[in-house]
Structure formats: C-alpha cells, structure tokens
Design a protein around this ligand. Structure first.
Ligand SMILES: [Cu+2]
Length: 471
C-alpha cells in the first residue's frame, strides 16, 4: 500500500513536473528569430481568419501561436547586428534578431497577446502606435506602465479594433532606443469586405528610418537631431534595398511609416497613386486624388495604391536629394567648374589616399576606386544595366513585369526595353545657340529703394565646355 502510494506519488510528481514545464512552455511562445536582412516571403496565415498577407521589404512577419482563440506573439528587444547594405553592418538595437523588428499581422477583431522580453541593458516598453486599446496597454513608460526592466517579460493584450496600417516602437528612452533602430510594422487586415479597403494583388510595407554612423564605425550616434548620414528603408540603404516586384496590371498597395525626425516626399516614377490610408484609417473616397509624390510626415503612416500598368524598372525614392546618398562629409565646398587637374597627384605624394571631390559634379566619385574605411557604405553606388546609378539611401526600384506570378516577389532581372524605346545619343551637328526671345514683359514687382554703386554679379561656378575654358 505504502509502496504503491510511493510509486504513484513519484509518478504523480514526475507527471506534475512534466506538466509544469509544459505549462511554462505554453505560457510563453518561443521567440522566433531572424538572422538575415533579406525580404522573406509573405506569411500565409496557417490559422485564424484568412487574409492576403503583406510583404515586408527587407524584413519578415512574426509567426504567432493560437492559444484558446488568442493570437500570441513574442517580441524580444535586444542588440542586433544589421547588415544595412552588402559590406556594411551596423550595431543596432531591434527585435528578434533584426532592426526593424518583425511585422505583426492580425485581422480586425483578433484578440492579441504580445509577450515582450527585454534583453537590453535598460528599461524599455512597446507603444502600439495608432491602436485603439485599453489605456494601460498603450506602452508609455511611467505613464501607463512601469518600464520593462532588463531580463523581464511583460504581456500586452488587446483586441485589434480597427483595420489599417500601424507601427510599434518603445516609449522609454525614445531618443536612444529609436535612434538605435527599435521599431516595427503592424498591419490589421479588415475582417471582411470593407467599403474603403480594396483587395489588392500586392501589399508591400516598410518603415523609413535614419542613422548617424561615422564612416568606419558601426554604432549610431544617438545625440544626432538633424544631421543623419544614413537614410534607410527598414534599416537598409541603396543598393541594399530589394526591388518592389509586381506583376503587370497588378493592383499594388505600398504601406510606409516614418520614424525618422524629418519628412520624406516619397516619389514613384511612371505611375500615379492614390493615398488610401493614413494613421487614422482608410481615407474617405472623396478625399482621394492622383499624385506621384506623397510627403510622409514624422510619426505617420501612408498607404499608396496604384495600378501597375506600365512595364519597366521604375525608380522609387525619397525626393530630398541628400536622402538618396549615404554617409559623407557635409563641409565640402562645391568645386564644380574648378580645374584642379594636377593638384590631386601633388597632394597624393603627401597623403596617399587623397582625391579631389566633384570637379564635374559628384557622380564621378561612384566610378573612382576610392579607398573606403572598413565597414563603410559608399556615398553613392549601384550598378545598373546602363552603368553607375550613383545613388544611396532611400532609393529602390519598382519592377513591373508581365508574367510575374501572383505571390512571386523574386527579382526578374533588368527590364528588356522594346527596340526604339530607350533615350539615345544624337550624333548630328550641334546648332549654334540663339538668344531668341528678346522682349521681356517682366521687370520685378517694385523698384528698389537703394542700389549698390556698382552692379554685383554672383559668381556661379559653371562647368566649362573644356577643362580649362574658364581660366
Ligand atoms: Cu527623405
């Protein structure tokens, strides 16, 4: 009797131990990590309400676990090494192995439980930017919750009440944690047909972010307010940003969130889009107009939608020209039109790596074999089918292709232009310039009160026809 009890007891204890560990495992979904900066295919929902998933540019969607009808995710805030472009790795902070963190995808009405484990050396929290939720789930350290201490895990739980495009980021030491790359995307799909949300063939999302990393260094300078030198999409810089691959005649939605400290006029070539959604949700149809550039304010999301009905490789970029360049010194005089032939070779005898910048413009730099410090992105790069593209930062290509199968985002290569449809060189004789329009109708809006004794001419350095023509 005693013996039997003893054995039962042991078996019971073992069983209990086993079930305890199972419960412990069940309580916390195992964190899924990502080690690559590649664009991962959309995550088809294995359970729950169906939807057509998004593609995260140079990113991925976090798998979840269903637990009694609740979608459970596990985010791990931690230091990460992010390859921002081939040959250039940055030491950032992020979630689950990458910066930005994984995209969270749910359906309107889903009950969501997110475990957040803090593997940083300081407090953090996660704010679910744009969500309707109980105040205590809003993730503002000190205001709606204590910060998550290092090594601890907090649980957020709420119902995804409205469909749309959202973001998440810390609300704890934001200046440091966001400058270090802590942010992620969130998409809530509508639970059925929605009058303002169209079904699309391609749904692509990414965040705008910015870093200040000295050439040769790997860790962002966190005190920077305005003078960032790396303008990135999902912590990638051109030419490291993947193309946006779509099929001919596809309806395409691009969702963009801005977590930098300045606005970005995002510009698409060859098509007109409509803004179908903002932070506040889907835009009323009466407000929609066609456009080709949309300024994305700080802390805001925009959904751009267009019909991809022009084949080709279409540039897609921020229209601030300094945002399509990578790290560079800003205190560089404009030397356009200045002849410095022979100067560089003299200086190079003293400073072996010296080169003169930008005699004919800056693009020459792309094609020069300039030695770079280790772990530095070239200021301008990219090798296109017609030569150097000379870009950096927030630049990519929308590739519109016939025969690109639904769900296939693999790079189809360069566009094969039909004969006679590429700009070409004119080889005839050049005509002499004529000053054709002699009579003007404008003379300023008012006479000026005082004039200088002699006329002043601002000296503009223009490139001459020949290298020595302006001396
Ligand atoms: Cu920009």
């Amino acid at each position: 009797m005693f013996k039997r009890r003893f054995f039962l007891g042991t078996a019971g204890a073992l069983g209990a131990a086993a079930s305890v560990s199972k419960v412990a495992l069940a309580a916390l979904p195992e964190p899924v990590l990502q080690s690559k900066p590649d664009t991962m295919p959309p995550l088809e929902p294995p359970n729950g309400r169906p939807y057509r998933p998004v593609l995260t540019l140079n990113g991925w969607t976090l798998p979840w676990r269903m637990n009694n009808g609740v979608k459970e995710f596990h985010l791990v805030a931690e230091p990460v090494v992010r390859e921002m472009a081939p040959g250039f790795k940055a030491h950032l902070w992020g979630y689950n192995g990458q910066s930005p963190g994984p995209t969270l995808e749910v359906v309107e009405g889903d009950r969501v439980r997110i475990f957040v484990t803090n593997k940083l050396g300081e407090l953090t929290s996660v704010h679910w930017h744009g969500q309707r939720l109980p105040n205590g789930m809003d993730g503002v350290t000190g205001l709606t919750q204590p910060g998550i201490p290092p090594g601890k895990t907090f649980v957020y739980e709420f119902v995804a009440r409205r469909p749309g495009t959202f973001m998440y980021h810390p609300h704890a030491d934001e200046m440091v944690q966001m400058a270090m790359g802590m942010m992620g995307f969130w998409v809530t799909h509508p639970k059925g047909r929605h009058p303002l949300i169209d079904e699309v063939d391609r749904d692509i999302c990414f965040l705008l972010n910015a870093y200040d990393i000295d050439p040769g260094a790997a860790t962002p300078k966190i005190m920077t307010m305005t003078d960032f030198n790396l303008w990135s999409w999902n912590s990638r810089i051109f030419p490291g940003i993947d193309p946006l691959v779509v099929g001919f005649k596809d309806k395409v939605r691009i969702r963009i969130g801005n977590l930098t400290m300045t606005n970005h006029p995002i510009h698409l070539h060859g098509h007109e889009f409509q803004v179908t959604g903002t932070d506040g949700g889907p835009t009323p149809k009466s407000t929609r107009r066609y456009d080709i550039t949309e300024d994305i304010p700080v802390g805001a999301m925009r959904q751009l939608e267009f019909l991809a009905d022009e084949e080709g490789d279409w540039a897609f970029h921020c229209h601030k020209s300094h945002h399509t360049m990578n790290a560079m010194g800003h205190n560089v005089p404009t030397l356009i039109g200045v002849d410095h032939s022979g100067v560089a070779s003299k200086i190079r005898k003293l400073i072996p790596d010296y080169m003169v910048m930008g005699e004919r413009g800056m693009k020459d730099m792309t094609e020069m074999d300039m030695p770079l410090p280790d772990n530095t992105a070239p200021m301008m790069a990219g090798e296109g089918p017609f030569g150097a593209v000379g870009m950096g930062g927030m630049f990519s290509v929308v590739k519109v292709r016939k025969g690109q199968k639904r769900g296939d985002y693999t790079d189809p290569g360069w566009f094969q232009h039909p004969p006679g449809t590429v700009a070409y060189e004119f080889k005839g004789p050049l005509a002499e310039p004529v000053h054709g329009r002699a009579q003007s109708v404008g003379a300023g809006s008012m006479p000026r009160a005082q004039s200088p004794k002699t006329e002043v001419e601002v000296t503009v350095r223009k490139p001459g026809a020949g290298a020595h023509s302006n001396h």
